[in-house]
Design a protein around this ligand. Structure first.
Ligand SMILES: C[S@@+](CC[C@H](N)C(=O)[O-])C[C@H]1O[C@@H](n2cnc3c(N)ncnc32)[C@H](O)[C@@H]1O
Length: 328
């Protein structure tokens, strides 16, 4: 179990460092949470294909477009590399287009679309983002919990696995000065990014707490709404997380979560892969298992809505993003 937690922490520490280091997009250095050795290997692979076939690279409106001379070998290698980039949560919308004698790779530098249009994809309006002054790139989520949480003035909100803090800041704005938004995350590097984002946004009614979501450092019945965005699938002990969510919620409190779920049995090698676990794939459970786990934790009014199937090699159609609601 600690192996899984280490893999998750390592991935999101790397993502936090990428977020804290702007301006990497021109070099296409967006590979998600890979180890340093894997990242070096990935860079070498991109450099090799660039050296062989790249004819142009331009960045415009937040999208980097790289144009390659087409050949069967280049097409095969670009297909493999783009697929590899898209496997990870938090890497912005990679796509490969075949234009006859040219192949075009695009990546949306400023969109935080989880794995491109085919995957989870958090959706925030520009007004929402403007209200906290940070870009969607701060999101590694697979939905927008604001759409289900129906937050009201004066409420206390808790975000499980709050990452760079976008949902915490949006919640804090919604509940106003009489309310409070807490984010819990276990990764120091993410907490540092979240605190910096909070300072930039000038939001006073929010706090980032360092803890695991299996042991939430808040009293019983102290929270009105628990939100989370693409995190519970990463937890090794989901029952402990849901029990904790139930414990901190006041009677009648709401659980409003975006997460990844499994639609079919995943291949055994995928289930065993630490990388696929940290990438929001291998740790997914089915809709029925999710609902049963919520029931066991004492929730009522459980509803799971699958929002988008994921198209990824090896798990095509087997995982999806979902909105999950329940009442304490
Ligand atoms: C996929 S990111 C999502 C971040 C954020 N919710 C968002 O929408 O951008 C997962 C985050 O959850 C944190 N995390 C994963 N497992 C955790 C656990 N068991 N306890 C606390 N934090 C966890 C990671 O450190 C990371 O910041």
């Amino acid at each position: 179990m600690s192996e899984l937690i280490d893999a998750v922490r390592e991935r999101y520490a790397a993502k936090a460092l990428q977020m804290a280091r702007p301006g990497v997009t021109g070099s296409l250095d967006l590979s998600c949470g890979l180890t340093e050795a894997e990242r070096t290997e990935r860079r070498v692979e991109w450099r090799a294909i660039d050296d062989t076939a790249l004819v142009d690279r331009v960045e415009s409106g937040g999208t980097v477009t790289s144009t390659y001379l087409s050949s069967p070998a280049t097409r095969a290698e670009l297909t493999r590399l783009v697929q590899a980039e898209r496997v990870c949560c938090g890497t912005a919308g990679w796509a490969l287009r075949d234009d006859g004698d040219r192949l075009r790779v695009t990546v949306q530098a400023e969109s935080a679309t989880c794995c491109g249009d085919d995957c989870c994809g958090a959706t925030y309006s520009s007004d929402e983002l403007a209200s906290v002054g940070i870009t969607a790139r701060a999101s590694l989520g697979c939905g927008n919990p604001m759409l289900l949480a129906d937050l009201r003035s004066g409420e206390t909100v808790l975000d499980l696995g709050s990452g760079a803090g976008l949902d915490v800041l949006l919640s804090a704005r919604r509940v106003g000065p009489g309310g409070h938004a807490y984010g819990v995350d276990m990764t120091d590097e993410m907490l540092a990014v979240a605190r910096e984002n909070q300072a930039k946004a000038g939001v006073a009614n929010a706090s980032s707490l360092k803890a695991t979501i299996e042991a939430i450092p808040l009293p019983d019945a102290s929270v009105d709404v628990v939100i989370s965005n693409c995190v519970i699938n990463l937890a090794a002990d989901k029952q402990a997380v849901l029990r904790e969510a139930r414990r901190v919620l006041r009677p009648g409190g709401r659980f409003a979560v975006a997460d990844m779920v499994a639609l079919a049995e995943l291949p055994a090698d995928v289930k065993r892969s630490l990388d696929q676990w940290a990438g929001c794939v291998a740790g997914t459970i089915s809709v029925d298992e999710y609902a049963a786990a919520l029931r066991d934790a004492g929730f009522n009014g459980i509803a799971v809505e699958v929002t988008r199937e994921v198209r990824l090699e090896g798990v095509d159609g087997a995982i999806a993003s979902a909105y999950i609601r329940a009442t304490a």
